[in-house]
Design a protein around this ligand. Structure first.
Ligand code: APR
Length: 244
């Protein structure tokens, strides 16, 4: 095991309050493209248009074609060893709080229970007329855009460009960041706010900041350690080091 991993595991074992922040990179090993990587979703189309509240209001059918394609892709794939390692770590460490920017639901599917979904979840659909919210795993959805029993338009319970983040998830995440003494940041470019502020809030609280990412990011200069590797390769080794 590398010296870096040994030191990271030592620090993790000595910690009392873990905050984890994940981004699209942890699902890359499940076959889900990231947003800004070389094959990123936002590269050939402006993401702010595709995943914007304006498009949903102007052209719900077009918006839903993108949502449905993403739901089909997510349904066809599954959590990877990176997600499973974080679920195993939560079982060992009830103090662990997992905050994610991802909307694929893979952390819960992998067994994580204390998940703050800062950008929502593709599998929950909300009626834009009556507000009714239901879990819906149909992929593909037969008729787009889907309608509620009340006749209203259904939308995914995700944060679209131009919308606010869910206050309860955000407040919970920052409260945990302020108490944490170990912050693990996995697979995010840390360029989207306010999620990108979480590691800095933890660091201001004196937390050890560990980043796992094949590339350096805007966070790397603040991190106490950056392990340049994939989540699926690094996280299982880190958790295994704790168990040995
Ligand atoms: N393991 C770990 N990290 C990886 C892997 C991997 N296998 N592959 C790529 N990465 C890293 C990339 O180096 C990059 O730093 O994952 C990061 C992905 O960055 P983005 O595509 O910007 O995704 P993310 O940071 O999650 O975006 C945040 O932006 O568009 C919004 O709402 C959207 O939640 C998203 C937010």
């Amino acid at each position: 095991m590398s010296k870096q991993l040994q030191e990271a595991a030592r620090r993790l074992a000595a910690s009392k309050n873990i905050l984890v922040l994940t981004g699209a990179g942890i699902s890359a090993d499940s076959g889900i493209p990231t947003f800004r990587g070389k094959d990123g979703l936002w590269n050939n189309r402006r993401g702010e248009e595709l995943a914007s509240i304006d498009l949903l209001l102007e052209d719900p059918k077009l918006a839903w074609q993108w949502y449905d394609a993403m739901r089909v892709l997510i349904a066809k794939n599954k959590p990877n060893p990176g997600h499973l390692a974080l679920a195993a770590l939560e079982k060992m460490r009830p103090d662990l709080a997992l905050t994610t920017q991802n909307i694929d639901g893979y952390h819960s599917d992998a067994g994580s229970r204390r998940v703050f979904e800062l950008h929502g979840n593709f599998w929950r659909l909300r009626c834009m007329a009556c507000g009714k919210m239901d879990e819906n795993r149909q992929a593909p959805i037969k008729e787009l855009p889907p309608k509620c029993a009340c006749g209203g338009l259904l939308r995914p319970d995700i944060v679209l460009y131009g919308e606010q983040l869910p206050v309860e998830a955000l407040e919970g995440a920052f409260a945990r960041a302020r108490e944490s003494d170990f912050c693990l940041v996995v697979g995010t470019s840390c360029v989207v706010y306010p999620a990108a502020l979480l590691p800095q809030a933890a660091k201001r609280n004196g937390a050890f900041l560990l980043e796992v990412n094949p590339e350096n990011t805007q966070l790397s200069e603040y991190a106490d350690m950056t392990i340049n590797g994939t989540a699926a390769a690094v996280l299982p080794k880190l958790v295994h080091a704790l168990q040995s």
